[in-house]
Design a binder for this molecule. Structure first.
Ligand code: PMP
Length: 430
């Protein structure tokens, strides 16, 4: 077992000054039986180092953004250069224009874009814009999907609140909750019925095209997302794709492109900032024209479009355009999932794995996982033991059964081999 003395000391100090010792609840170990979160001091490539000097192979990827691992030279160079020019002006800059152009080139549906500072803001604003455009009140989302912590999005928000055992958040008024309709993911019939009942009130149907927040859950078939869009449009609702996790995750562009569909609006974040704080939203020009200063829907931000995030995000996307990068991530993830299946089988442990490209979730259970109820029905205790057994062997994943393993562009075959070797011990223990 690793020495975690310093992590314990720092976490004690943290709890005396930072609420709960963490700045985001998902970092606590509440959903894996408690304990001290590992306190990290440094990342380099695919590895992180804790305050006790232990080294970890990082599959957490900071919950998604770190697709180039840590301290990638292209990223540190971009940050250094941007810092020299000063990090914030409160005026228009060329870098935000260049970055918006780059995003639109990758995702042509982004006819107009706005940069914000987080995925939460991006989603929250798309909803406001959809309400402004349609003059309607309600939002339809899918049960268990996390879309940031704006009030309305905490209704049936899955892995955010539920990873710490709270189905919905206190402090969200009944009024706000009444504006949110939830249906299960991957069931077009239930969606159709819900829209028949509520259709004329629904401003937007909000969906993660490939769910990332009750594990990786792809659409049930190649038609599903098209059906969601058609049904929403038949009822006069807009379609918002929350691609905060999925954009630039599986290929250089959106998940919408993988299914050849076109939502009206997109929310983006995570990877596009190259590790710096960012969010963005955008889509159809006539809809985006609702936003101030052109239109009546207000959205603003002191830090929005700051040159540090713009230039770092651009550097990240430049690297992701290099050929072969996504194939390598997918190939390495495939090796990991095949090895997990073999090790689990060898030691009689029932698992189900959902994988898309370089991202996957190992669920403890033998049933397929297609929606939140399926994910909930997987074994939490076994996951918790799995998490700790991996951590004790220097493998870092998210402390929640609802999260993904992310293979980055800088994981090496040696990392993968080390992880495969650990699987055998871990499944044996389980
Ligand atoms: N949407 C999705 C799909 C997310 O996964 C997240 C964050 N995990 C958010 C929105 C919120 O993004 P942020 O944490 O940057 O506010």
């Amino acid at each position: 077992v690793l020495d975690r003395t310093q992590s314990k000391l720092w976490f004690e100090r943290a709890q005396a000054v930072i609420l709960g010792g963490v700045n985001s609840p998902s970092r606590s170990y509440k959903s894996v039986g408690g304990g001290t979160p590992t306190v990290m001091v440094r990342g380099q490539g695919s590895h992180m180092y804790d305050v006790d000097g232990n080294e970890y192979i990082d599959y957490l990827a900071a919950y998604g953004p770190s697709i180039l691992g840590h301290a990638h030279p292209a990223i540190t160079e971009a940050i250094a250069q941007a810092a020299v020019d000063g990090v914030l002006y409160g005026t228009p800059t060329p870098s935000e224009v260049l970055f918006a152009e780059k995003l639109r080139q990758a995702i042509p549906d982004l006819e107009r874009i706005r940069f914000v500072n987080s995925g939460t803001e991006a989603v929250m604003t798309t909803i406001r814009v959809a309400r402004a455009y349609t003059g309607r009140r309600k939002v339809l989302k899918f049960a268990g999907c996390y879309h940031g912590h704006s009030d309305a999005m905490l209704v049936a928000a899955g892995s955010g609140p539920s990873s710490i055992g709270v189905p919905d958040s206190a402090g969200v008024t009944a009024n706000i909750a009444s504006e949110v309709i939830t249906v299960p993911f991957n069931d077009p019939d239930i969606l159709a019925k819900a829209l028949e009942v509520h259709g004329t009130d629904v401003a937007a149907v909000l969906v993660e095209p490939i769910v990332g927040n009750f594990g990786i859950v792809p659409p049930r078939d190649d038609r599903y997302l098209g059906q969601v869009i058609d049904l929403a449009h038949q009822h006069g609702a807009l379609v918002i794709f929350d691609e905060v996790i999925t954009a630039f995750r599986f290929h250089y562009g959106s998940a919408a492109q993988m299914y050849d569909v076109h939502p009206d609006l997109y929310a983006l974040g995570k990877i596009i900032g190259g590790g710096l704080p960012i969010g963005a939203y955008g889509g159809r020009k006539d809809i985006m024209e609702q936003v101030a200063p052109l239109g009546p829907a207000y959205q603003a931000g002191t830090m929005a479009g700051n040159p540090l995030s713009m230039r770092t995000g651009m550097a990240c996307l430049d690297v992701l355009q290099e050929p072969g990068i996504y194939d390598d991530m997918a190939r390495r993830a495939q090796v990991l999932t095949e090895a997990a299946h073999e090790a689990a089988k060898r030691h009689g442990v029932s698992i189900t794995i959902n994988r898309m490209g370089g991202a996957f979730t190992i669920y403890f259970g033998s049933h397929p996982v297609r929606n939140y109820d399926d994910a909930n029905a997987t074994d939490s205790d076994q996951f918790a033991r799995f998490f700790h057994l991996l951590a004790d062997r220097n493998i870092l994943i998210a402390p929640s059964k609802y999260e993904a393993w992310f293979v980055s562009a800088v994981h090496t075959d040696e990392d993968i081999e080390r992880t495969v070797a650990v699987y055998d011990e871990v499944f044996k223990e389980l």
